[in-house]
Design a protein around this ligand. Structure first.
Ligand SMILES: *Cc1c(COP(=O)(O)O)cnc(C)c1O
Length: 422
């Protein structure tokens, strides 16, 4: 039998992998580069390159303004519905719109205004800071009786489930959390936490940025109220691609978009002078959607639908478990700590390793080893595993390169100074 810790074993896992052929559907300019940052910026699907040529040359270049009636105006809803298929939402519950942070602002403020008499928003200290900034802005707008309670994780890795349960009370309007948290990849039980909020009459807003396309979820079955998320991470929509928002069907008439604009107006081409909200989810749109970057999202979603979320999740769990097995053997004794849950049910699709010299090791991996993870302060190296295109051999190679950097002290050649984008 092949030694589990050999390169040949990694290669044999790739040979058995039923999703292996999806890698060839992406642009891979440099096959030597081990790209483990699909959790920050997904790779470029080949179909997106062809689509963008058509969209610019034919639709924009040739059809010009007529294209609005030839697929552009419906694009946010159409692509939103495809994301809905991935996430277990009904048609008409997800639309593409704005950025994740702006969508959080819209939905959180709408949720607070829908529940007068409740003044508290609860989140945790594992959440993405931009989310907290938006929530703090909402409280400043609504007045001094409103506040954000930030519940602390016991160890910086796991979600504070018990403390959260105790904090949610009858003054709580909204609980908002990242389903998969950005540093440790800890993953909340969506249905259980939603139920906790509902028991106290609060709404729950999930940030799905690190979860969409990485974990298998069903928004409908979990009775999810509200959600937002990125399209440029595991959905491969492209840098700065617009985000998505989800509002459960029965909540749509009860919530009001606080940033009103003509894209959410009932009959926008009547140009009436008073706002009359459109029915359904389009009411949550504000201004003209960025069509080029909206259309660029669609081919990536189609690849995920073709592969199937259940199969992708299965491979992701197998790959992150394989990474941890290699970590235990090759890296644990070199000053690293595993900052991601070992329990697969609690784990998204990236692995965080802590090390006192994480920044410099990250630099050595990128510059000397052709391995591209990312770095999150104070001491985390994140290895994003994207089952659509990450191979087992790449995981093997990344761990062995990390070992080599530390054993040969290659990181000592780098400065402690952080770059602008890490
Ligand atoms: C990446 C990420 C975002 C990004 O927000 P933008 O407004 O799109 O820049 C938000 N929330 C979480 C949890 C993220 O991981």
């Amino acid at each position: 039998m092949t030694d589990r810790f050999s390169r040949e074993y990694a290669q044999s896992l790739d040979q058995q992998d039923e999703l292996a052929s999806f890698r060839s559907r992406f642009v891979v300019e440099d096959p030597g580069l081990i790209y483990l940052d699909g959790n920050s910026l997904g790779r470029l699907p080949k179909a997106t390159v062809d689509l963008m040529r058509n969209v610019t040359e034919h639709q924009w270049g040739g059809r010009l303004i007529r294209s609005w009636n030839e697929g552009w105006i419906e694009a946010p809803a159409r692509i939103g519905n495809k994301i809905g298929q991935l996430l277990g939402a009904q048609p008409g519950e997800i639309t593409i719109a704005d950025s994740t942070t702006v969508n959080l602002y819209k939905l959180a403020l709408a949720a607070l205004r829908a529940q007068p008499g409740r003044h508290k928003i609860i989140t945790d200290d594992l959440n993405f800071p931009s989310d907290l900034y938006a929530l703090q802005g909402i409280c400043a707008l609504l007045g001094p009786e409103y506040h954000v309670q930030v519940v602390s994780s016991p160890d910086g890795i796991h979600g504070p489930v018990d403390t959260l349960a105790a904090a949610i009370d009858d003054d709580t309007a909204l609980v908002t959390l990242s389903h998969v948290v950005f540093k440790s990849a800890y993953t909340y039980d969506m249905a259980a936490i939603t139920e906790l909020a509902h028991c106290q009459g609060a709404l729950l807003l999930w940030d799905l940025s690190h979860a969409a396309g990485s974990v298998d979820m069903n928004l409908g079955r979990a009775h999810t109220d509200l959600a937002i998320g990125c399209t440029y991470k595991y959905l491969n929509g492209g840098p700065g691609a617009p985000a998505f928002l989800y509002v459960r069907q029965d909540l749509q008439p009860l919530l009001t978009n606080p940033i009103q604009g003509w894209m959410g107006q009932a009959n926008m081409f009547d140009f009436g002078l008073h706002y009359a909200r459109a029915e359904g989810l389009s009411h949550f749109l504000t201004g003209t959607p960025p069509i080029l970057s909206t259309l660029a999202i669609e081919p990536g979603i189609e690849l995920l639908l073709e592969a199937g979320m259940a199969q992708l999740r299965k491979k992701s769990l197998q790959q992150t478990a394989y990474f941890i097995e290699l970590y235990d053997r090759e890296l644990a004794s070199l000053g690293f700590s595993l900052n991601t849950p070992r329990d697969g049910d609690l784990r998204g699709s990236h692995i965080s390793l802590g090390h006192p010299d994480a920044w410099r090791i990250d630099q050595a991996l990128i510059n000397d080893m052709q391995v591209l993870p990312d770095f999150r302060k104070p001491d985390n190296i994140r290895f994003g595993i994207t089952p659509l295109y990450t191979s087992f051999e790449e995981i093997y190679e990344a761990v062995m390169c990390t070992k080599r950097v530390v054993e040969e002290q290659l990181h000592l050649h780098y400065s402690q100074e952080n770059a602008k984008v890490t």
